[in-house]
Ligand binder design. Structure first.
Ligand code: DMJ
Length: 620
């Protein structure tokens, strides 16, 4: 055979180069002739198979994903490695838009909104963008937008709008809130429903962008169009403001992306891409861990005003959105930036898979002895481990490995039961090791996430823990005078103590119209089919109606223990429309095609994004 040390095959080493080649050829031919027919057949077959496989690989590289080496790469690529190129897919999709692209003509900011004019002084005018027919142009914009993919994750259009009385009531609640927002806070971040004015946080019209997909789902076409026109004509992506990377990503980037996926309106993707680009400087740190804040006008990224570190849940809760932006635009730079963060955090040492809540963007190290919690600043790290695994069609093993380790760690170190009624809750480790029987309402996302894990094949105990925690989260509502949950609950663990299971401290007695419990009820209802989860959701909705509804919108309240005077706070958070009412509406839907968990993953702000197959395409 070739390469055999058999001397007979290599007759001479003293001849000239040409002679040597011809001698070798003769030698090979002699070897071939001396072989049996069987040997020759085997070699011929192997060569034929080799040729066919090579041709297949070459064709596959050109016509399908553009992967550089499909044999050696995992489906989603190595973390931090950009190897997907979607030119072919993108071109195909752009041919299928059905005229929607042409509607997307952005004439720049302006318009008759008098209430906004104070803010417009701060604005930097964006260039006028006309969606071109394709090809190069000289509009000064990144031509990548011409190639933007225009796909819908689920082409069979689900039925939007209310289908029953309960959903109608939820739509009425939305309309009530929207009407007041429109009258008194249009274009600003949040409505102040008592003073009939507005609150500015990032100057990005948070309530509008957070509500876009809710309006589609609730069937509010007129309201959606008004909002879309505001995004197209008035939204300024570069306000002179420090914005928080995480909040801007989950609410604004996530809101724009899901609005795009649900509506096919290219303006949302255009804005999402612009915003993604403006947020990227956050990742220019020494460690790849992003800075918490960025001034969108100057592009200067930095640590937050209140401390040197970034928050762990924040730097790990941007990945669904940036990955989706990459797969929707075909530009992998967004995915690459967040993959680095994930990989970095994955490689840091952890205690039973649990993470401290602070990390330094320069050193890339966790802050020693910071709290471990499933509440504020820890929560969505765990949520996004599971959801990224789901988003990538379970192809990124690292995420589920970390998730499983963290859930086992939580079960061992944080999950406890209260006295006397044995409510299961998830506590915290102060300074990283001192147990505190304190649970934020924020941690009530966990039952839903655990149930989603179970639905995706994780062990039975995940569902059992989900049910137990769900019951406790519901009890934090049912237990109070208003039937609304406090922001933070403490649990009694002392048998025989003269106290209830749940203890509410005065400083923690407020309710901000948060969604986490409703969100988990949706998962638990869909996954178990148990109707009482709907009943619990309805009770909570009615409590919102009783205690937080005002003539002009809804408001956070200060004291859930005072049903007569809950202390109206004069603030309607954007997530009330973006999440709470959306999850309520979905909870009462019987339509199995309305965002099935197999096809959509909800970001932490309730914006549905498509699950992607191993080629990065939306699962149909
Ligand atoms: C929302 O912005 C998101 O749900 C986030 O994950 C947590 N905080 C609020 C809602 O409570």
């Amino acid at each position: 055979m070739y390469g055999s040390p058999n001397k007979r095959n290599f007759i001479s080493f003293t001849v000239t180069e040409d002679d040597s080649k011809s001698v070798k050829r003769q030698s090979c031919w002699r070897v071939w002739r001396r072989m049996s027919r069987l040997q020759r057949n085997i070699i011929s077959m192997s060569l034929a198979v080799g040729v066919v496989v090579s041709i297949y690989i070459l064709l596959h590289r050109k016509t399908s994903t553009g992967r550089q080496d499909p044999m050696n790469q995992p489906p989603w690529g190595q973390i931090g490695v950009d190897y997907f190129h979607f030119e072919n897919d993108v071109q195909q999709r752009n041919g299928n838009v059905g005229g929607k692209k042409d509607e997307t003509v952005i004439d720049g900011p302006g318009g008759p909104d008098i209430a906004n004019q104070g803010d417009q002084d701060n604005r930097v005018d964006e260039p006028v963008i006309h969606q071109p027919a394709g090809g190069d142009d000289d509009d000064g914009e990144d031509d990548n937008v011409d190639k933007i993919a225009n796909e819908r994750p689920n082409k069979s259009q689900p039925k939007y709008g209310p289908q029953n009385e309960k959903q109608e009531a939820i739509v009425a609640a939305f309309k009530h809130a929207w009407k007041a927002y429109k009258a008194y806070a249009w274009g600003h971040d949040e409505l102040k429903p008592v003073s009939k004015s507005w609150n500015e946080w990032f100057n990005l019209g948070l309530t509008i962008v957070d509500s876009l997909d809710t309006m589609i789902i609730l069937g509010l076409e007129k309201e959606f169009k008004e909002a879309r026109d505001w995004v197209a004509n008035d939204m300024n992506i570069k306000p002179r403001k420090d914005v928080n990377l995480f909040e801007t990503t989950i609410r604004v980037l996530g809101g724009l992306l899901s609005a795009y996926h649900l509506s096919d309106e290219l303006v949302f993707l255009e804005k999402a891409k612009l915003l993604g680009d403006e947020l990227l400087p956050c990742f220019n740190s020494k460690s790849s861990i992003p800075f918490a804040d960025i001034n969108l006008m100057t592009g200067v990224a930095k640590a937050p005003k209140w401390g040197p570190d970034s928050t762990v849940s924040e730097v790990t809760t941007i990945q669904l959105e940036f990955r989706d932006l990459s797969f929707t635009t075909g530009d992998m730079k967004y995915k690459k930036a967040v993959d680095k963060v994930s990989k970095h955090i994955h490689n840091l040492p952890k205690e039973s898979g649990l993470v401290p809540i602070f990390i330094n963007a320069n050193t890339g190290q966790f802050r020693a002895r910071s709290t471990i919690t499933f509440g504020a600043r820890g929560d969505s790290y765990y949520e996004y481990l599971l959801k990224q695994w789901v988003q990538t069609s379970k192809s990124e093993q690292m995420f589920v490995d970390d998730y499983l380790e963290a859930m086992a760690g939580a079960k061992e170190k944080l999950v406890r039961t209260s006295e006397p009624n044995k409510l299961t809750f998830v506590g915290e480790l102060l300074s990283g090791d001192r147990f505190s029987a304190k649970m934020d309402h924020l941690a009530c996302f966990l039952p839903g996430t655990l149930a989603l894990g179970y639905k995706n094949g994780l062990d039975e105990w995940h569902l059992q823990l989900a049910k137990d925690l769900m019951h406790t989260c519901y009890q934090t509502y049912a237990f109070t005078a208003t039937k609304l949950s406090p922001e933070i609950s403490h649990f009694n663990m002392v048998p025989g103590a003269r106290t209830d299971d749940i203890i509410i401290k005065p400083a923690d007695a407020h309710n901000l119209l948060r969604p986490e419990t409703i969100e988990s009820l949706l998962y638990l209802y869909r996954i178990t089919g148990d109707k009482f989860y709907r009943q619990w959701g309805w009770e909570i909705f009615q409590a919102f109606e009783r205690h937080t509804k005002l003539p002009y919108g809804y408001s956070s309240i200060s004291n859930v223990q005072n049903a007569k005077n809950p202390g109206i706070r004069d603030k309607m958070e954007s997530f009330f429309l973006g999440e709470t009412l959306k999850y309520l509406f979905l909870l009462f839907s019987d339509d199995k095609d309305l965002f099935p968990f197999e096809k959509y993953v909800f970001n932490t702000e309730a914006h549905p994004l498509p699950v992607r197959d191993f080629l990065g395409k939306a699962v149909q």
